[in-house]
Design a binder for this molecule. Sequence first.
Ligand code: AMP
Ligand code: GLY
Length: 426
Amino acid sequence: MRILLLGSGGREHALALKISQSELCDELFIAPGNAGTADCGTNLPFSVTDFDSIKSFCKSEKIDMVLVGPEEPLVKGVTDILHEDDELKNMKIIGPPKKAAQLEGSKAFAKAFMMRHNIPTATYKEFTLENYQEGVTYLQEHSLPIVLKADGLAAGKGVVICENPLEAIAEFELMIQRAKFGEASKKVVVEQFLKGIEISVFAITDGKNYVLLPEAKDYKRVGEGDTGLNTGGMGAVSPVPFVDAALMKKIEEKVVMPTVDGLQKEGIDYCGFIFFGLMIADGEPYMIEYNCRMGDPETEVVIPRLKTDLVELLVAAADGKLDKIKVETDTRTACTVVAVSGGYPGDYKKGYNIKGLADIDSQKSLLFHMGTIAEDGEIKTNGGRVLCISSYGHSVLEAVETSKKEMEKLFFTGLTYRKDIGFEFS
Ligand code: AMP
Ligand code: GLY
């Protein structure tokens, strides 16, 4: 098969590596990719939202399957645009259509969907300029802390947890009246705060059937001990030690099945990954958010644990045959540690040379590029999250220690990483 993968992060490097190992893959292209994906296939010089270039490339290169990595092209309708073209109507596309991608693209859409299908989640109300005053009263009277969420995509920054009503009202005003997140915060979801432990559960669905992939836990805060600003994710572990078969069964029955059934009942065609961001409180799962794609850096621990051929899995999803597939998982633990640019998640510089890449012990660890670029014969930093190192172990501690040891071999100006990934399981 000739496969096109859209994206440029660590998630895409992990997916590209796994796809390139499949006998079903004849040729792999990645748009735009990074310096790491270039070792798994051919990088292309266009962005994930350059739909005209994507379409022309799929036609001229006779692409059999497109796998969409990030949410932006999905929310903007890349699947619909490709499928609507007569010449491409038989091409397989892994990634939901625009309507279904609203599960990630609109918090209000996702919450209403959860309500319609009795999926456990925090209580909430939605507000716009029209019912602004009602919102202020709601915030004054609500128990604390309280969670404010910009409705639309806000580069992972649209959620604010407020500890007092004044702070909440100020934030509410910034979002709605002053368009803090532009169009994305014209509507705000105000939600009850849930206390618990967050985990990420992944399924791939063909619209009727689904299979689960290994679960993971992401470390979102920039600082050790889960302190400081939120990031895209500083590390991840899989499996999550406290997630047993009984909890997984509950998650499937209360969240995964009603979601897939709900999509089907509403006539929404969904072929692709569903990422369930869950809070586990007193042993019960609550939906925090849907994503219509895999997680990053979760993919960098989930994919290394997937023994099943990924292309076979993707083809089964596209052909509506996931009921015929059994997912096999490596029982070892995988952990990843992310190296970020100095200053991230605030301002940071790009373009520093990266040293030590060839020294990573590939018997022990997998090095995934996240924000890198090959330029003038050097590999340079090209993002906030630059690289991650995933390792296997018999425990979280063992896997993390291996990644940290390998990380010591890497250097670029400003490199930092969290040394305590998996701390609560050690
Ligand atoms: P989201 O973009 O919806 O994933 O939210 C970002 C982060 O905010 C989540 O990963 C949680 O850590 C936190 N969060 C979101 N909603 C809630 C909630 N209702 N209660 C507690 N924490 C939340
Ligand atoms: N690591 C969280 C995400 O991919 O959204």
